[in-house]
Design a binder for this molecule. Structure first.
Ligand code: SAM
Ligand code: SF4
Length: 422
């Protein structure tokens, strides 16, 4: 979501005559698009801001701006603490960027933007094959650990006709894959619901793959499961954040489902779409988490066998209910639990990847390998990275490959005899 917000900022700046530079010393404007989901992201921002101050000293006239969730939370404090910052705007005020750079407004834009969903911003995309498409803004869930509802505001769904127009335009430009973005896409509601939106977008010619993030387990309906199974372009992958295997902790987190209800949804998904890959988010060391609660989370990993997880140490965020709970755990305990979670999952991920050895998978070519430029890289419909020997295959091509090795973080493949789709 933040990466896509940056693409919107680039789109606005381009309209105002700016061009991107990779060299910060030559920049007229540096914008930090910040994240405050965890303390670590915040710390990183403050250390980068210090470096930017040195650039500004060497380049008179350079402007430095702060955007994103830290900007929303800290507002004018940022300028007070760092007077070399020219302006500050939150995630609901990206549209104000044009006014800032043309000198038409003061130093902050942090208002609750009530019509955010009606405003289509220009986007300068950083990829030519895969594109992000915003379908909703904000969040109403108030999970007790999470800062998002405070920084991104209330949930609002973008009109379906605007989404359709954007996706058609992407198809015309040659994009093959779209990822629909929202904090809880399952609660999308305009003149249609999320399954309706998927049905509509599945008919757009030229788009080959449709993905979406993130699905909230509480709102994953039978209708949606059926639609994922039925629609040819909707990929067989769902990111379904569990957070914890303990019902006591799920209640404290205000997640709105029990572990048993979560498992029921996983069973339904696997029953309807047998080859679906399921990934999740886990938080280690939530306040009040006992060793028994932690073991329940470890058991959940073994029982569900996710294809992959993102696991985080709990990070208290100012103003959230969880930050005020008793029994905040020391970092030592949380760190041990996080490593145990990762170690357990790593074995499961590798085991699942190895099960794919000998199978044939359709991959969408994304370009040269990240670590080895003699390889091409692509992704399966289930969102697994596959590296294949380099060949003259253009970015955006769909080919079939045979998986020859399943590894920890990726798969190795080779072109198969079935690589030409009829
Ligand atoms: N809206 C998505 C959902 O509910 O599934 C998640 C959005 S959040 C940006 C991504 C992940 O960050 C969450 O699923 C959670 O695991 C993690 N997260 C959020 N707040 C956190 C906190 N205070 N400490 C640790 N992890 C956190
Ligand atoms: Fe945060 Fe919960 Fe909303 Fe996700 S659903 S953004 S975790 S409050």
């Amino acid at each position: 979501m933040n990466v896509h917000d940056s693409e919107k900022m680039l789109g606005i700046l381009e309209q105002h005559g700016y061009a991107e530079t990779k060299d910060p010393h030559s920049a007229d404007l540096i914008i930090f698009n910040t994240c405050s989901i965890r303390q670590k992201a915040e710390q990183k921002f403050y250390s980068e801001l210090g470096k930017a101050r040195a650039f500004k000293k060497k380049t008179p006239g350079m402007q430095i701006a702060v955007a994103g969730c830290i900007a929303q939370q800290e507002g004018e404090n940022i300028i007070r603490k760092a007077p070399f910052v020219s302006f500050v705007f939150g995630p609901q005020n990206i549209h104000m960027l044009g006014n800032f750079v043309s000198g038409r407004i003061a130093a902050t834009a942090l208002d609750d933007n009530r019509e955010i969903e009606q405003r289509d911003l220009p986007v300068k995309r950083t990829d030519e094959v895969r594109a992000w498409v915003t379908i909703m803004y904000g969040c109403n869930n108030f999970c007790s650990f999470c800062i998002v509802p405070y920084t991104r505001g209330r949930e609002r769904s973008r009109p379906a006709k605007n989404i359709l127009a954007e996706v058609r335009e992407l198809a015309e430009k040659g994009y093959k894959e779209i990822t629909l973005l929202g904090q809880n896409v399952n609660s999308y509601r305009s003149d249609m619901n999320f399954p309706g939106l998927l049905r509509m977008l599945d008919r757009v010619g030229g788009i080959e793959r449709i993905r979406y993030v993130t699905s909230h387990p509480r709102d994953l309906s039978d209708e949606l499961i059926a639609v994922i199974g039925d629609l040819p372009k909707v990929c067989e992958h769902i990111h379904l954040p569990l957070q914890s295997g303990s019902n006591k902790i799920l209640r404290l987190m205000n997640r709105g489902y029990s572990f048993e209800e979560y498992v029921q949804k996983v069973l339904k998904l696997r029953d309807r779409i047998p080859d679906i890959s399921i990934t999740t988010d886990i938080i280690a060391g939530f306040p009040g988490e006992t060793e028994d609660d932690h073991i329940l989370t470890m058991d959940a990993l073994e029982k569900i066998e996710f294809d992959g997880i993102f696991a985080f140490k709990f990070s208290p965020r100012r103003g959230t209910n969880a930050s005020a709970l008793e029994n905040q755990l020391p970092d030592g305990i949380t760190s041990v639990r996080l490593s145990q979670i990762l170690e357990t999952q790593n074995k499961i991920t590798e085991m699942k990847n190895r099960l794919l050895e000998g199978t044939f998978q359709e991959i969408l070519i994304e370009g040269e390998g990240k670590t080895d430029e003699k390889k091409l890289t692509g992704r399966t419909r289930t969102n697994k990275i596959v590296n294949i020997p380099w060949s003259d295959t253009a970015k955006g091509t769909l080919i079939f490959v045979e998986i020859i090795k399943g590894k920890q973080h990726s798969l190795e493949g080779r072109l198969s005899a079935q690589d030409q789709r009829e």
